[in-house]
Design a protein around this ligand. Structure first.
Ligand code: PLP
Length: 387
């Protein structure tokens, strides 16, 4: 069973997103990968597999098509689709580290990623050190002889700090470690870390890749076949795979990623302009702002600056909570990357699990996932919520 034929991996981003990993079905000509709702496959004699399919934890054609498309958009060798972003992360940790190893992680990692490292991987024997990834000296200092992974989010969730992927890859490789980039916030449309030297890309495809807030999923894309083999082995051995219905939805979302991301970016830029001149708003955090410390690096490694915007509200936590509870077009909720705009209070919601740690986020912080609605309606909504 192969992920794709060669030509579906070529061409511009949108061509790869739409055609990558799948050619019209040989039997029916179906233009879209069918949902293969089957757990098993008829064998032509013992071991006589048609196209390599044996059992749907190991492989399912709907998932294979998605995995090929993910590899195509990230320009990797192989893609793997999981039941969630955290399942994808867990597979990387188990496939590529052993008890006694060490990882460097962002000092403002997504709370669930931190929880996985701190509460699951550490008791199992994988140590970690949080470091500010925008500070290469801090990352260098955090690396130990046992470091096997340097784990990067860029931009980070929710502080939107930016790490220099090329420089971090060089640091990791000098230390004999692999560089993993969580590319969830940028999406493969805005940033392709494997082309900048990263070894693995991980996604919560729940977010921009799926894009419609209707499916939870995760992905790993790798550029090296030996690493691919280890991830593939663990995907099958641990079994947290994307089911065929989820794979179908995620793949459908991926096809429109480019056009959606451009609108997310257009709207985010309008929102940032508005917030920057609003008296109730303190700092606005967006990599597209020239005042953002990671602006120059972001401009070099990202096509545009994304749809995520964080800001601090004058008046502290109480004022920030009031804003979150007052919007009408922005829905108060966790998650991000869907067509609809969301607002949340990271300290009390997505990042509650890092409260009291070095990763704690400011209490007056509000995070926006700017959707693709009419921009004027988003600005009017924020105006009334900020009072
Ligand atoms: N990585 C980032 C940057 C995230 O924001 C999230 C979820 O919010 C995850 C990973 C985990 O993904 P999932 O919720 O699909 O397990």
């Amino acid at each position: 069973m192969s992920q794709s034929s060669d030509h579906t991996q070529k061409g511009g981003f949108e061509t790869r997103a739409i055609h990558g990993g799948y050619e019209p079905d040989a039997t029916t000509g179906a233009v879209i990968p069918p949902i293969y709702a089957t757990s098993t496959y008829k064998q032509d004699g013992v071991g006589g597999l048609r196209g390599g399919y044996e059992y749907s934890r190991s492989a399912n054609p709907t998932r294979t098509a998605l995995e090929g498309a993910l590899a195509a958009v990230e320009q990797g060798e192989r893609g793997f689709a999981f039941a969630s972003g955290l399942a994808a992360e867990d597979a990387i940790l188990r496939a590529l580290t052993s008890p006694g190893d060490h990882a460097v992680i962002p000092d403002d990692a997504y709370g669930g990623t931190f929880r996985l490292f701190d509460k699951v991987a550490r008791p199992w024997g994988l140590e970690h050190t949080p470091a500010h990834l925008a500070d290469l000296d801090a990352v260098r200092a955090a690396i130990r002889p046992e470091t096997k992974l340097v784990w990067v989010e860029t931009p980070t969730n929710p502080m939107l700090s930016v790490g220099d992927i090329e420089a971090l890859a060089a640091l990791a490789h000098d230390a004999g470690a692999l560089l993993v980039v969580d590319n969830t916030f940028a999406s493969p449309y805005l940033q392709q870390p494997l082309t900048l030297g990263a070894d693995l890309v991980v996604h919560s495809t729940t977010k921009y890749v799926g894009g419609h807030s209707d499916v939870v999923g995760g992905a790993v894309v790798v550029r090296d076949l030996e690493v691919a083999e280890r991830i593939g082995f663990h995907q099958n051995a641990m079994g947290a795979v994307a089911g065929p219905f989820d794979a179908f939805l995620t793949h459908r979302g991926l096809k429109t990623l480019g056009v959606r991301m451009d609108r997310h970016c257009d709207n985010a830029e309008r929102v940032v302009d508005f917030l920057c001149s609003h008296p109730a708003v303190g700092t606005v955090i967006y990599p597209g702002l020239e005042t953002h410390p990671g602006h120059e690096v972001a401009a070099r490694q990202m096509k545009r600056f994304g749809g995520m915007v964080s800001f601090r509200v004058n008046g502290g936590e109480e004022a920030a909570l009031r804003v979150c509870e007052s919007t009408k077009v922005f829905t108060l909720g966790e998650s991000l990357g869907g067509v609809e705009s969301l607002i949340e209070h990271p300290g009390r919601m997505t990042h509650q699990s890092v409260a009291g740690t070095a990763l704690e986020v400011p209490a007056d912080l509000v995070r926006l996932s700017v959707g693709i609605e009419t921009a004027d309606d988003l600005l009017a909504d924020l105006e009334q919520a900020l009072g």
